[in-house]
Ligand binder design. Sequence first.
Ligand code: NAD
Length: 325
Amino acid sequence: MRKVRTAVVGLNMGLQHAYAYHAAEQAELTWVVDLEEEKAARVAKELGCRYTTDWSAIIEDIDAVSLCTPHHLHAPQALQAMAAGKHVLLEKPLATTKADSLRIIHAAEEHNVVFMMAYIVRYLPIVRRLKEIVEKKEFGEVFSAQCWIQAYLPPAPGTWISRRETLGGGVLFSHGCHYVDLLIWLLGHPTISAAVGTNLGTEWMEGEGTAHSIMKFESGAVAHLVTSWGMKYKESPALLHLHTPDALIAFDMRTIDVIDKQGKRTVFGPVDKIPEDRGTNAVFQVEHFLDCIIKGKTPETDGWESLKSHQAIWDMYSFEENHSQ
Ligand SMILES: NC(=O)c1ccc[n+]([C@@H]2O[C@H](COP(=O)([O-])OP(=O)(O)OC[C@H]3O[C@@H](n4cnc5c(N)ncnc54)[C@H](O)[C@@H]3O)[C@@H](O)[C@H]2O)c1
C-alpha cells in the first residue's frame, strides 16, 4: 500500500510532527516547511525530505499536512488545504474565533477529508489508561477533579503569542484547551464553565497568563483547573487529582497513583520518555491520524469533538466579561 505523503508546516512544535511522520511506517515525510529557510533546510537534511518556505507551492505533492503555525493562520491554511482535498492534522486550537472554527469544520465535511485536532494529551497511553479507569469506575465514580497546569514562558512581547487577537485569548485558550478537553472527555458534558484570569505576573500578554476555571458536569461532578504561563517555580508542571468516594487517583503525565484504604500504589508508569527522533509524545496522535486516513475513519478529536472544549472556554471567558464590575 502506498504511504501517506505528508508535509509539516511550522517547525517549532511541528518538529515533533515531522519526527513522528519520519518514524511512522504508514507515512512518507515528503516536505517540511517554514518561513525560516535555514530551519527548514536543517530539518529536511536531518530527515531526508524536501523543504520550502511556501507551503502552498507543494500542496499538490502531498496527501496530508500538519499545520503547526500561529493560531491566526490556522483557519486560512486549513481551509486552503481542505479545498485542495488534503487531510489536515491541525495544532490546537481550531482557530481564533468560533466563526472560523465552524468554517474549518464545515470545510472538512464539504471536501470529505480527514480532519483531526492535535489534542496530543488524549492519545498518550497513560491518558488512555486514565480514561479506562474513570469510565469503568475501577476505583469508584469521580465527583471532584483538580488540575494544575503550571508552565513558564519567557516574556515575548510583540509576538503573536502576546496578542489576544492572534492567540485567540490567553493561556486558557491556548494551553488550557488540552485540559478542558481532557476534563470533558473524562467527566462528560459540562453544564457550567466559568473562569477568572489575570495577566499579573505575565504583563507581556494581552490575554490572561493565569486562569482559574471551574466546571460542573451533567453527572454532578465538579472540577477546578489552574492554567498558567507565569509560574517559574513549581513542584510539578502538570497534575490531575480525581477523587471518588473511595480513592484519590493522582495523575502527573508520567505516573498514575491511587491512594485508598490499602495505602498508596502506582497503577501505571512511570512512563519512559520517547526519544526526540521518534517524535516524543506526538507519535501517538500522528499514528491515529494516519490510521484514520488509511481506513477512512473519523478521528476521535475531529472538529465537532474539539469544539466542545473551545465552547467551554468561550463560556468561561463570557463569565468573567459578564461579572466584571
Ligand atoms: N500540543 C502542544 O503541546 C503544543 C506546544 C506548543 C505549541 N503548540 C501549537 O503549535 C502551533 C505553533 O506553535 P509554536 O509554539 O510552534 O509557534 P512558534 O511561533 O514558536 O513557531 C511557529 C513556526 O511556524 C513558522 N511559520 C509561521 N508562519 C508560517 C507560514 N505561513 N508558513 C510556514 N511556516 C510558518 C515560524 O517561522 C515558526 O518557525 C500552535 O498552534 C500552538 O498552539 C502545541
